[in-house]
Design a protein around this ligand. Structure first.
Ligand code: AMP
Length: 345
């Protein structure tokens, strides 16, 4: 953090440190906390407690808070939670089929993640469709090393692919995504793995990495191109699962979908993957325009054919801007009243 600040002082603005009014942090899990909050001993304790549910994200998030607090001693620090956008999910989407006690006593439910990104994508999709966000139904696909899909009705999230933790849903770089929960019990019994070892296996050694040897989709595409069977399998599984979720969320939206949005490292940069996902969906009114698809790399674009009933959009996500805006709102509006927030780092 000190290094970054020195770099900015030398290369951008000597007075930068004094211009910072707040620091906004992306925090993946905050248990019951979902609206942006000022970081206080109490909110920090909740984030620490939630680390067990987001082992890849909350610990480095806490390190970031510590480092930023050391460097920016006099400014408020704000947490913006990845779960916030998904708070509008109805109970039939967020509950698991488990004894109700587990929800009441331990808050076991689906929370969803990448919320800041999905929120930004919905706002931008509304601009591209020329309608208010409250009037659009969209399916947003955040496809990166971590990947998730959200079903959005009238601008509000009604379902999303990640669950209690960011492990559920799509096949990811190192995460397994959906599977029969009995697999976990079986692995522990058969292989003698501890809870911690199983957690590492599912979060850090599975997904594309576990199947193909690489969590970088570019390497997987290259391997498949050379005829490597496992890379081809990884590619097929990744794209099949995204298609499956788009189909499921079309049903969740009663077939009334205005647009499907592709974003994040894979969704923004790979026309090849978008083609594998979208082309077979033409029977669902999603007609890809090959030339427009090839052109939209790292920038926004409409990639559906002019007559397509459902628009296909590429939108580069901007979680940082969204976090900064929400942080500023917290700082200006006071933490208690805050629903969005602001940041300046
Ligand atoms: P993110 O987590 O959003 O930074 O996305 C990282 C993922 O995007 C990695 O799996 C990269 O391999 C993938 N990615 C980035 N550029 C491309 C590309 N041109 N084609 C395919 N995958 C890409």
């Amino acid at each position: 953090m000190k290094g970054i600040l020195d770099f900015i002082k030398e290369n951008v603005s000597a007075t930068f440190a004094r211009e910072v009014v707040a620091v906004g942090h992306r925090i993946v899990h905050g248990l019951d906390l979902s609206q942006p909050v000022l970081l206080t001993p109490s909110s920090l304790a909740t984030i620490k407690q939630a680390a067990v549910l987001a082992p890849l994200h909350n610990p480095p998030g806490l390190q970031g808070i510590e480092a930023a607090t050391e460097v920016f001693t006099d400014v408020p620090q704000v947490a913006v939670f990845d779960t916030a956008f998904h708070q509008t999910m109805p109970p039939h989407a967020y509950m698991y089929g488990l004894p109700y006690d587990l929800y009441e006593k331990h808050k076991i439910r689906r929370y969803g993640f990448h919320g800041t990104s999905h929120k930004y994508l919905v706002e931008q999709a509304a601009v591209m469709l020329g309608k208010p966000a409250s009037e659009i139904n969209v399916i947003t696909c955040h496809l990166g090393n971590g990947s998730s899909v959200a079903a959005v009705r009238g601008g509000q999230c009604v379902d999303t692919s990640m669950g209690l933790t960011p492990l559920e849903g799509l096949l990811m770089g190192t995460r397994c995504g959906d599977m029969d929960p009995a697999v976990v019990l079986h692995i522990q019994n058969q292989c003698g793995l501890s809870v911690k070892e199983t957690d590492t296996l599912l979060n850090k050694k599975s997904g594309l990495l576990g199947l193909t040897g690489s969590n970088d989709l570019r390497a997987v595409i290259e391997g498949a191109g050379k005829g490597e069977a496992r890379s081809q399998l990884g590619l097929d599984m990744f794209t099949y699962r995204v298609r499956k979720y788009i189909g499921a969320y079309t049903a969740a939206l009663d077939g009334q979908v205005d647009a499907v949005v592709f974003s994040a490292g894979i969704g923004e940069n790979s026309p090849f993957i978008r083609k594998l996902i979208a082309e077979p969906l033409h029977t669902m009114g999603m007609q890809l325009d090959a030339a427009a698809n090839d052109k939209a790399v790292g920038r926004a674009g409409v990639i559906s054919a002019p007559g397509s009933r459902v628009k296909l959009l590429v939108i580069p996500t901007d979680e940082e801007l969204c976090i900064a805006e929400q942080t500023l709102q917290v700082v200006k509006g006071g933490a208690a009243a805050a629903t969005g927030g602001a940041a300046a780092a």
